[in-house]
Design a protein around this ligand. Structure first.
Ligand code: GRF
Length: 204
């Protein structure tokens, strides 16, 4: 199916969203930015004159109600593909199934290291430092029913420096996130990501 209308889901500052907004060669339009909590990403969407919706998860009776509202909104907005750009809620199985093969996520480590439940934001980089890793990096992957477990599209490694802090490491990894995510979204929109089992290749 053609991918023309993108939704970006976020929970935080939205620098990955901004990288997508600034990219000039994604042949699809970001038509909806949706957050699960108040987040500066909403301000970035408004500045880009894009519909910005905060579905504050705390205002729903339970996860099921929140997930239903999220799915309804994506259908109502005629979304073709979803990009998770620092989104902290786990998507429910029905949504993942409906958008199978059309949901991307960016994670600030070299999956499968330091990912899954509890690994987000600075916690990821603190864990990398605590472990004494010499390399970390950024990963863009397809989203499946698990947490950070879908087929990997791109990875880029980042050297851990002796005097790194979680903040300094995060800043260097983010630079690669901001490069890899727009490229993956472009290729997804162009139908150039071929998935065979867990292997993803770029086709012309
Ligand atoms: C990024 O490091 C992303 O990899 C992770 O959360 C952070 C979000 O940053 N999922 P931002 O909101 O895109 O600035």
């Amino acid at each position: 199916m053609r991918i023309e209308r993108l939704a970006v889901l976020a929970s935080g500052g939205g620098s990955n969203l901004q990288a997508l907004l600034d990219s000039k060669d994604i042949p699809a339009k970001i038509t909806l930015v949706l957050t699960d909590r108040p987040a500066y990403a909403l301000e970035r969407a408004k500045a880009g004159e894009i519909e910005a919706v905060c579905l504050d998860r705390r205002s729903f009776a339970d996860k099921a109600e929140f997930n239903q509202r999220l799915l309804d909104k994506l259908i109502e907005a005629r979304i073709d593909a979803i990009v998770l750009a620092g989104y902290l809620s786990i998507l429910d199985a029905r949504l993942v199934e409906r958008f199978a093969g059309r949901i991307l996520n960016v994670h600030p480590s070299l999956i499968p290291s330091f990912c899954g439940m509890g690994y987000y934001g600075l916690k990821v980089h603190q864990a990398v430092l605590d472990y004494g890793c010499k390399l970390t990096g950024a990963t863009v992957h397809f989203v499946d029913a698990g947490a950070d477990t879908g087929p990997i599209i791109f990875q880029k490694s980042v050297e851990v420096l002796p005097n790194d802090t979680p903040e300094s490491l995060q800043a260097r990894v983010l630079k690669f996130e901001h490069a890899l995510l727009p490229l993956a979204v472009k290729l997804l929109a162009e139908g150039r990501l071929k998935v065979e089992g867990r292997r993803v290749t770029v086709v012309d």
